[in-house]
Design a binder for this molecule. Structure first.
Ligand code: NAD
Length: 429
């Protein structure tokens, strides 16, 4: 998204350059992986409800598909930029590689604001997006998914258009569909549970029992609620959560020292993950400052709301007691704050490893669709646990062996796997 001169693609490229140096990649491989393999920019003409025609700009960026079909969401946003989509497609390549699923990285978008569009107009954008790109995506080429301001309904319209063009039923074309229409059980839990599967393994490495640990979580939406659910199932206690208050246009933290009651808080939370503060106070929660979630004397911090939340201004608030940070959100830690966390020796589980449960379950959705055979929820979660646990150990072993920070180790594994696939295919030497 456009903001104050920050260019996410330049940031993604500079992260890649650092890893390329560690791996000593040759020039050809660097050039190939620094930039997307392909990108498509197109117009989507839509007849609006008032009779006028409006042209929306759409994108699909395919960063790399050496390890398998591209995978990545489609965002609808009025300030969407192609550089954001490029960066996100590169990050998807690393995320799929670090959890070792046979998929590459892609991302798409449309410059539009769904708040100002009727359902019919949104449907036309979805169908128009597919008409422009149908030749270059598909269940065995590039598989889209929901992202910012797109949902299961948008995915179904896109699927319907693709199937009309391709002439058949291809539910593996797109993921994020509703359960019963090709969606996978366990998808809603997958990201949050995945975060906590990695935390559970980190606790083992630190020789800590989950039931002796506490957590503080930023966010109370899909990722945060399911991370808390998984943590409580492991025996842990969450003492603080924070979320956005739509009415006051600010965030608050909600604390209960003897542990939050997840179901009780869920019952006072709206669709957008905002907790009703009057009800929370009545139920004995302290309602405190937005950033207080970060100051809590806990063992585990889980930023699971937004990007850029742990910054050079806020990082010093992290208590001495904190041993693990598990990044549920994408990009919650700025590079300056990350350097401080690295120096302090806090066990960092970086975003593209910690929150990869979502894309892993989307991969399971695609596999089930391609087979036209669907698994039970327990089976999905068991497979997810295996994937996340294996990925965590590959990264932590690399970190131990080469004395690397966990984020760097995760990047080294991911970039190396992709570079190897490019070499094996004969694309680079
Ligand atoms: P969500 O919309 O369900 O929840 C977001 C939560 O953050 C809400 O509780 C909201 O109140 C809170 N929030 C917003 N602004 C805040 C602020 N300033 N301070 C404190 N809390 C604030 O979103 P989600 O699906 O849970 O996603 C959360 C993060 O995880 C995002 O960074 C997203 O990109 C990332 N992520 C999500 C998935 C997934 O499967 N949902 C997968 C990978 C990564």
């Amino acid at each position: 998204m456009k903001d104050s001169g920050f260019n996410p693609f330049e940031m993604a490229q500079s992260q890649f350059d650092n890893v390329a140096d560690i791996l000593d990649l040759n020039d050809g491989t660097r050039e190939l992986l620094r930039n997307p393999m392909r990108e498509y920019h197109f117009n989507i003409p839509v007849k609006m409800d008032d009779g006028s025609t409006k042209v929306f700009r759409g994108f699909r960026v395919q960063h790399n598909d050496a390890r398998g079909p591209g995978k990545g969401g489609i965002r609808f946003h009025p300030q969407e930029t192609v550089d954001t989509v490029r960066a996100l497609s590169m990050w998807m390549t690393w995320k799929c590689a670090v959890v070792d699923i046979p998929l590459g990285g892609s991302k798409g978008g449309v410059i539009c604001d769904p708040h100002n569009l009727s359902a019919r107009e949104q449907e036309q954008i979805c169908r128009g997006w597919v008409r422009q790109i149908a030749r270059d995506v598909g269940p065995f080429a590039d598989v889209p998914a929901p992202d910012v301001m797109t949902n299961a309904q948008h995915m179904l319209w896109m699927l319907d258009e693709f199937e009309a063009i391709a002439g058949g039923r291809f539910p593996g074309f797109i993921t994020g569909k509703p359960v019963g229409m090709g969606g996978s059980l366990g998808r809603k839990e997958a990201t949050g549970y995945g975060v906590m599967y990695t935390v559970r393994e980190a606790l083992k490495e630190l020789d800590l029992a989950p039931e002796d640990t506490t957590a503080s979580v930023q966010g109370f939406g899909n990722v945060a609620q399911h991370a808390i659910e998984a943590f409580h199932l492991m025996g842990g206690k969450t003492i603080c959560v924070s979320c956005w208050d739509q009415q006051d246009q600010t965030a608050y933290s909600f604390r209960k020292n003897d542990g939050i009651d997840l179901d009780e808080l869920r019952n006072m939370t709206d669709h957008f993950g905002g907790i009703d503060k009057e009800k929370a106070k009545a139920a004995g929660y302290e309602v405190i400052h937005a950033d207080d979630w970060l100051k809590q004397e806990v063992d585990i911090l889980v930023p699971a709301a937004l990007e850029n939340q742990i910054s050079k201004e806020t990082v010093s608030r992290i208590s001495e007691k904190v041993k693990i940070i598990a990044e549920g959100a994408n990009g919650p830690t700025t590079p300056e704050a990350d350097a401080v966390i690295k120096d302090r020796g806090i066990f960092m589980i970086p975003d593209f490893l910690a929150n990869a449960g979502g894309v892993t379950c989307s991969y399971f959705e695609q596999v089930q669709c391609n087979m036209n055979y669907f698994w039970g929820k327990e089976e999905v979660l068991e497979k997810l646990d295996m994937k996340m646990t294996d990925a965590f150990h590959a990264v932590s072993e690399m970190a131990r062996k080469y004395k690397l920070y966990m984020r760097d180790a995760a990047y080294v594994i991911a970039v190396n796997r992709v570079a190897e696939a490019c070499r094996d295919r004969g694309w680079v030497s």
